[in-house]
Write a protein that binds this ligand. Structure first.
Ligand SMILES: [Zn+2]
Ligand SMILES: [Zn+2]
Length: 365
């Protein structure tokens, strides 16, 4: 019987449980987890901050592992058949319908009302659907991606990499732009690397704590500032000093703090762009001056929710490239590994920002 670590209800500690192995439906598979992860969203799931989440919940939406059993046929995007033993990751979003108004007219599949997410909106009652487990049941229709890359390099990006890819796409960075990233967590760090890849001349980062800012510098940030040591006025001054007094061309908010959205608007130059990616879960309200902060500045403010298959596909390709993957490979030394039994410690470490990223390693006892 596979072992899982689950959140029984909001605000309760994680528990270990053995659950029955699933019966495989046609064109489904069993996935042996090599690594899953603990991200900011998992911290908020434990606190019950996302609606539509069924508890008990086995968290862990992005994972790497091997297909241990396949029933029927499973093919990749190129039409190549998967074999038992292949190392894969899979799109955590399942059941996007490609038939509804959002999918077909708005072309915004991340807003499809039918979509379900492994480890977030699939609970234990839906089966073995989270990565904090020895095994995951890949239901029919789950999109698998072959992973030839090093598993830990992929997980150094983890769920943050497709999310950051989506944010950078929304940011529409021009060659030579100055980009400001607010937040030095995994999304912020991958955002720095990708902004440079996309052609930014310079990327600045405001975040905390110090070890995460070191990672931001290592990832290529031109300058970093610890927001805990500087008030709003000082932070604004710091940005202006580096941007000809105007503010950043593009700012990516990747913090999770509602006030950071307003700061992002204030730190951006007139007629610049702001992408909000850090508010995946509900952290409450904030206020801003519509005239001063938005309209007179002629700002373009864009939300960015989740990610789709294209972002996953590109993420896998980038981390499989020997040159392009280097920035993530060098983050591997900053990964902390936890067994299923230590999932509570992993959550605390992520909540406190003590580790850049916590991996769940079910093979570790
Ligand atoms: Zn749909
Ligand atoms: Zn995540």
């Amino acid at each position: 019987m596979p072992l899982v670590a689950l959140i029984p209800e909001p605000n309760a500690p994680v528990e270990l449980r053995e659950v029955p192995a699933p019966e495989l439906e046609k064109n489904s598979a069993l996935f042996n987890v090599e690594f899953s992860e603990v991200c900011g969203t998992d911290v908020y799931l434990q606190r019950g901050l996302l609606t539509g989440v069924p508890y008990p919940l086995v968290p862990g939406h992005v994972s790497v592992g091997r297909l241990s059993k396949i029933r029927g046929t499973l093919v990749d995007i190129e039409g190549r058949e998967f074999r038992e033993g292949d190392r894969v990751t899979f799109l955590d979003v399942h059941r996007t319908c490609h038939q509804c108004w959002y999918c077909l007219v708005a072309k915004a599949t991340t807003r499809c009302p039918k979509r379900k997410v492994y480890g977030i909106t699939y609970g234990l009652d839906d089966g073995l659907c989270g990565g904090w487990a020895e095994q995951i049941y890949l239901k029919p229709g789950t999109l698998c991606l072959r992973l030839d890359a090093d598993a830990e390099t992929f997980m150094a990006g983890g769920c943050a990499l497709p999310t950051a890819l989506h944010a950078i796409e929304r940011a529409d960075i021009a060659i030579g732009d100055t980009v400001l990233v607010l937040g030095s967590g995994p999304v912020g760090i991958s955002g720095i690397i990708l902004a440079l890849m996309r052609g930014a001349l310079k990327v600045f980062c405001i975040g905390a704590p110090a070890p995460r800012l070191e990672a931001a510098s290592e990832a290529g940030a031109d300058a970093v500032l610890n927001f805990e040591d500087h008030n709003l006025g000082e932070r604004l001054e710091w940005v202006r000093e580096r941007t000809g007094g105007r503010g950043a061309d593009v700012t990516i908010e990747a913090t999770g703090a509602p006030d950071a959205v307003v700061e992002a608007m204030r730190f951006t130059r007139d007629a610049g762009r702001v992408v909000v990616v850090g508010q995946y879960t509900d952290h409450g309200e904030t206020s801003f001056n519509p005239h001063l902060d938005l309209n007179r500045k002629h700002l373009d403010v864009r939300g960015c929710w989740g990610s789709d298959f294209s972002h996953f596909h590109r993420a896998v390709q980038i981390v499989s490239d020997p040159l392009k993957s280097k920035a993530w490979a060098s983050l591997k030394s900053r990964l902390a590994r936890y067994s299923l039994a230590k999932a509570n410690e992993a959550l605390t470490a992520v909540a406190q920002g003590r580790v850049l990223k916590a991996l769940i390693d079910p093979g570790q006892r």
